[in-house]
Design a protein around this ligand. Structure first.
Ligand code: ATP
Ligand code: MG
Length: 222
């Protein structure tokens, strides 16, 4: 039987937006992933502010955004841990939940450029594959400068176009995937919400409604 493939897509998701969904859709198709787990990170309550929505609001928005997609699964795994989660710990939990599965970490190039600051990142690289997608304002090529040694050789850069090459998948560890990304960031969405500007096209409609109804990211709550 073919080994199942699961993507792990973590983030603050404050809030989840169309750029996240676009990236996930492309990665799911390209790597034939059976599902993608969307994992909002836990941020301790003392960091909550106008700018940082509560874990439950961020999770709820992830649930709303994933609802139209059968392969996109919201996961409360980090939020339920109620403490700052390191990716390596999350990975260990997911490995237990899905044994004998090929796991792929999905992240944008901006996040990958900081990988050396992650706890036990080399262990993480050993244990799962990475799919790094392009993001406007960053050069995908720069991924090659952050790692030294064996993992440099384990990087595969997809050409701008071209078909999926199945046999490559097991020879490489880190995939650099140029995508037609949307130039959207949560920071900009929060700024627009604060000013009362429309979020149409930037987030899914259900998420836009949730933000408005719950008055997220607005200076006067209530
Ligand atoms: P913020 O502006 O608050 O940092 P963000 O838009 O960067 O928010 P995050 O929750 O920080 O969103 O990102 C989660 C993951 O999604 C990261 O790996 C990030 O690189 C990736 N990502 C975010 N926005 C995009 C986008 N528009 N295109 C591709 N990847 C993205
Ligand atoms: Mg970010």
């Amino acid at each position: 039987m073919k080994k199942a493939r699961i993507g792990i897509f973590g983030g603050t998701f404050n809030p989840i937006h169309a750029g996240h969904m676009r990236a996930a859709e492309i990665v799911q198709r390209k790597f034939l992933l059976d599902k993608i787990l969307f994992i909002p990170s836990y941020i301790p309550p003392h960091k909550e502010s106008v700018d940082m929505a509560s874990p439950s609001d961020r999770l709820k928005m992830v649930e709303l955004a994933c609802a139209p997609y059968s392969r996109f699964i919201p996961s409360p795994i980090e939020i339920e841990a109620q403490e700052k989660s390191y990716s390596i710990i999350t990975l260990e939990k997911i490995e237990k939940m899905y044994p004998e599965t090929w796991l792929f970490f999905i992240l944008g190039i901006d996040a990958f450029l900081e990988i050396e600051t992650w706890k036990e990142y080399e262990e993480l690289l050993k244990r799962c594959s990475f799919i790094v997608v392009s993001r406007q304002g960053y050069r995908l090529q720069e991924a090659k400068n952050v790692l030294e040694g064996p993992y440099k050789e384990k990087m595969y850069e997809f050409p701008e176009s071209g078909e999926r090459e199945e046999d490559l998948f097991s020879s490489y560890r880190i995939f650099l995937l140029p995508i037609d990304s949307l130039n959207i960031a949560s920071t900009e969405i929060r700024r627009r919400a604060r000013k009362g500007l429309s979020l149409k096209g930037l987030v899914l409609e259900s998420v836009e409604v949730y933000i408005a109804e719950n008055r997220l990211y607005q200076s006067q709550n209530g």
